[in-house]
Design a protein around this ligand. Structure first.
Ligand SMILES: [Cu+2]
Length: 644
């Protein structure tokens, strides 16, 4: 006990310890009508329980703001009538506390309609994060919001004052996620056209929940076709656009957002790609962007004219407000030109970009020249952008690994009959199937996964369906090689960790897809010949939790399994999770979590699935400690006391 007191007094006087507080939020989740791009439709939002939501901008949902060392207590009540939910705090590590990760099927039971769940956790990181529903594809309907964790060194290095902006980027549709998934996974011709294009064209892009749609309607009677590079003609896909049923469509519903820059100072933009299927390119006319952080980790500052942001990823950029203050500059957010070819779509021109303005203060609005907004033109994407430019600010070397695990993924097309679903995704030929009970609960109570994993069954396209778990021994370092045999990029996200990327490149000698051969033969390649040995310590190219595996490419990372629990690793194109593009990294000791993770929060812990659904008292009666880390709680409490 004395040692803690000495530590606290030392930290206090050394000024290296900040005051930490208990931060409480009380949220309600509900469905409301809203018109983010001028077209009214139902959306799903979260708002403060003690006040109404912002009618003009109901999402992004409220900012969660805290600082290093704080303890958070977030109460979430589900007032949706027909959907369960759960809130995942994207990028937060939840060290020893996977109970607060918010992933349905993995770390918690769904929060059923009219139920409440409380997330309790400590802040051990700084920077920019976000939260979103982690039940099905629910966040595509609006259930997402930003998180800022203060006290990083960027605050001290750049004088941006109050010009600290969140820029949440999304693509937007006029159908709700269940309808989109039904069309995607329904039989062929659910959408008109022979092969639906995924991601299908959104109707608009949103910056901080606002976009523009021109209110066109389209009944898809146009019989357009397109010719592929092999000369084959295909009928173009068409997304029907109907009149809204919730009110009038208004293309001028929202003015274009302004972001203010103080002449001679800096502005900080926390760019968050919160899309369900679109990788973004972001830039500001006549202003370079200095990238200072990726996924909450500070990077060696790099100055570039534009940035690529993968889904789930956060890039913090600093803008130098040094241009002519009499001009309003355009801020662009555009789809990376990796896929989505406009000629294959009929009906309205697919939305590929949107904009906002950068406005200098001190010049009256009527004197500003507004830069004309034209269809942007840009050079080709750099598929390895994040591995080239986003080096951690403290240059370091990866730890030696004890084992290499290869995870290769690809799409399996079904046989194109009228009764089959469109496609299934597989990692090492396994299409992920959710467990019968959340893995965390099951293992914590039973000490095994045996009773909770889904019964393995074979799929129809040379795949098997199973609860795919990769097991890692607590404390060891591993190397993961992820290989993308698909011809589009996929943005992946690992819960619970920041990982060190050590290599990325095109798959060596991959046989090309040709006009005669539409399916690629997945071949084995000995990565030992091109990768550093497992016991070596290669330099870290970049660190983060959300990353791109470019088309026909591999990405290699190392991670030390020091955060116990079941952590979801999945493609963050929301549409790909349900068809199986996911697996679980399970960090255990001798196959168990008990003894490594804290006990579940007694207040809101429920069991479900094969176990009878109930509030479980069996855990709260045990001799385990409470969920919050005892030492941090103690230090926090005493420090707060000392401050008083
Ligand atoms: Cu994907």
């Amino acid at each position: 006990m004395y040692i803690y007191l000495i530590l606290i007094v030392y930290l206090y006087y050394a000024n290296s310890f900040v005051e930490c507080t208990f931060v409480e939020y009380d949220f309600i989740i509900r469905s409301i009508p809203a018109n983010p791009d001028g077209y009214p439709r139902p959306v799903i939002i979260m708002h403060h329980a003690n006040s109404s939501w912002d009618i003009d901008r109901p999402f992004p949902c409220p900012l969660i703001r805290a600082k290093l060392g704080d303890q958070l207590h977030i109460k979430v009540t589900n007032m949706l009538r027909d959907q369960p939910t759960a809130i995942h705090f994207h990028g937060l590590h939840m060290i020893n506390n996977p109970w607060a990760d918010g992933t349905v099927h993995i770390t918690q039971c769904p929060i059923e309609p009219y139920e409440t769940f409380i997330y309790e956790f400590n802040i051990t990181q700084t920077g920019t994060y976000w939260y979103h529903s982690h039940n099905a594809q629910q966040y595509a309907d609006g259930l997402l919001g930003p998180i800022i964790l203060d006290h990083d060194t960027i605050e001290q290095r750049y004088d941006y004052g109050s010009n600290d902006y969140i820029v949440m980027l999304q693509e937007w549709y006029h159908e709700t996620w269940p309808d989109l998934m039904t069309a995607y996974q329904g039989p062929y011709d659910a959408y008109r056209g022979n092969i639906p294009i995924y991601p299908w064209p959104p109707t608009s892009f949103l910056i901080n929940g606002h976009g523009r749609f021109d209110c066109r309607v389209s009944d898809c009677t146009e019989n357009a076709t397109w010719r592929d590079t092999c000369g084959h003609r295909h009928r173009a896909q068409c997304i029907p656009l109907r009149e809204p049923f919730l009110g009038r469509c208004n293309p001028d519903a929202h003015p274009v957002d302004d972001f203010v820059c103080q002449p001679g100072k800096f502005a900080r933009f926390r760019v968050i790609n919160a899309a369900s299927g679109i990788p973004f390119r972001f830039w500001i006319d006549q202003h370079n962007l200095t990238i200072v952080a990726r996924d909450g980790i500070e990077v060696s500052p790099v100055v570039l004219p534009h940035i690529h942001v993968a889904i789930g990823q956060r890039l913090d950029v600093i803008v130098n407000c040094s241009e002519d203050p009499a001009v309003k500059y355009v801020i662009f957010a555009a789809s990376r030109n990796s896929y989505l070819s406009p000629e294959v779509i009929t009906g309205p021109t697919p939305t590929m970009w949107t904009w906002a303005y950068l406005t200098y203060s001190k010049v009256s609005a009527d004197r500003r020249a507004i830069q004309s907004v034209e269809e942007p033109k840009f050079d080709a994407d750099d598929p390895f952008f994040e591995y080239k430019y986003l080096k951690p600010s403290n240059a370091r070397f990866a730890s030696p690994a004890i084992r290499r695990i290869t995870l290769s993924f690809e799409v399996h097309w079904n046989n194109r009959s009228n009764i089959d679903a469109l496609e299934e995704w597989a990692v090492n030929d396994i299409t992920f199937e959710p467990p019968k009970e959340p893995l965390l609960h099951a293992n914590f109570i039973d000490g095994t996964f045996k009773h909770c994993i889904a019964d393995e069954r074979s799929g129809r396209v040379n795949n098997s369906h199973a609860t795919h778990i990769q097991h890692f021994e607590y404390g060891q370092t591993y190397e993961i090689v992820m290989i993308n045999y698909d011809s589009q990029l996929h943005p992946w996200h690992l819960h619970g960790y920041s990982i060190d990327f050590i290599a990325a490149g095109k798959i060596p000698s991959l046989p090309p897809v040709t006009c005669n051969r539409t399916r690629r033969e997945v071949h084995t390649f000995d990565y030992d010949t091109i990768l550093p040995p497992l016991n070596s310590t290669p330099p870290v190219l970049s660190s983060g939790d959300s990353f791109t595996v470019p088309r026909d490419s591999y990405v290699v990372f190392r991670f030390t399994a020091n955060n116990p629990g079941p952590w979801f690793l999945h493609c963050h194109m929301e549409w790909h999770i349900w068809p199986g593009m996911a697996l679980v990294f399970s960090v255990e000791r001798n196959g168990r979590y008990k003894g490594l993770v804290y006990s579940p929060p007694a207040e809101s812990f429920t069991v479900c699935g094969t176990r009878k659904r109930t509030s479980a008292k069996l855990i709260s009666n045990s001799s385990q400690t409470k969920v919050t880390p005892i030492i941090l709680t103690f230090i926090c409490t005493v420090t707060c006391f000392l401050r008083i």
